[in-house]
Design a binder for this molecule. Structure first.
Ligand code: UDH
Length: 287
């Protein structure tokens, strides 16, 4: 394949022309449907250019964006299959260089999305010098490929218009679902807080961190930032966090000493599957 050739010849940025600013393969609005009974093999067969570990780079041009997509995950297998089924072709049409990482919390403790995303950031940056990090909920399926997964100079909130919220922002400072930052900005705001256990608040905390660091967020046009949310009930082990408002009231005091600089974890395993790289965080008692 073209990609194997690039790797065999060790081609670099100097050997390939840059990819165009706007990919010629974009389709615009997409008809998103959810096929039943997807399997990994079936999805892999539809994505022959994706390499082990869920890695891709365009074969004939040097990508303008180098993006790690990080998915926080526990017990949502059907959602993960749907996301992989839609996201791989979507990203390839955008001609970007990317890897999909899944960060798995396997214990039965309360879910901690913020901490998992910090783990994903740390581990993904060990693998590659990514220029853009996308934090992507497993249940959000993009509906327009002009929503390009690359970073600009500002932190990006991509999930602007979700069907569940009647394709409107639930509130003006909402920064959840699908967001992106450059690693330098992520480090500047000290990443996500590690101490939000259960549902809610960590997304508002990271939004505050951005504002406290005198940055603004940007969003794609609502016509591009459209998503369908896969249906789910309330997950076991992710009960609404009653402490979230209290925690949010002191983000301005805590952000410097709770985040990527105080992240403490162990990895139980790291595996490359056909369609993504999986990081499994060790159960809490080990870290
Ligand atoms: N997740 C899992 N397993 C779980 C719980 C959460 O994988 O048991 C992951 C998954 O990627 C999911 C994400 O965490 O998409 C977010 O959890 P959620 O789907 O329960 O969140 P929800 O869909 O988000 O309810 C809507 C947020 C809007 C309100 C924002 C308030 N700040």
């Amino acid at each position: 394949s073209g990609l194997e050739q690039i790797q065999a010849l060790n081609l670099t940025e100097d050997d390939l022309p840059s990819c165009p600013k706007s990919s010629p393969f974009l389709s615009g609005p997409l008809k998103v449907s959810f096929p039943l009974h997807l399997t990994m093999d079936e999805i892999a067969q539809k994505n022959p250019w994706v390499q082990m570990g869920g890695h891709y780079q365009p074969p004939n041009c040097w990508a303008l964006h180098h993006t790690a997509v990080i998915i926080p995950y526990r017990a949502r297998r059907k959602h993960l299959y749907q996301l992989l089924y839609h996201l791989h072709p979507f990203l390839q049409r955008q001609q970007i260089h990317y890897t999909i990482y899944v960060v798995h919390q396997i214990d039965n403790n309360t879910f901690n999305r913020g901490k998992l995303l910090n783990v994903g950031f740390k581990e993904a940056m060990k693998e590659n010098n990514w220029q853009c990090i996308y934090f992507h909920d497993v249940d959000l399926i993009p509906e327009d490929d002009r929503n390009v997964y690359g970073c600009s100079v500002l932190p990006m909130h991509s999930a602007v218009a979700i069907d569940k919220f009647q394709y409107k922002l639930p509130y003006q400072t909402y920064f959840g679902g699908v967001t992106a930052l450059r690693p330098t900005h992520y480090l500047k705001i000290n990443g996500f807080p590690n101490n939000y256990w259960g549902w809610g608040g960590e997304d508002d905390d990271i939004a505050s961190r951005i504002f406290l660091n005198k940055m603004f967020i940007t969003r794609p046009p609502a016509a591009f930032g459209r998503y369908r949310m896969l249906k789910h009930g309330h997950d076991k082990g992710n009960e609404v966090n009653p402490k979230r408002f209290h925690l949010l009231s002191s983000t301005h005091i805590r952000w410097r000493r709770n985040g990527i600089n105080t992240l403490n974890y162990k990895l139980l395993s790291k595996e490359q599957t056909q369609l993504y790289t999986n990081f499994t965080k060790a159960p809490l008692k080990y870290c």
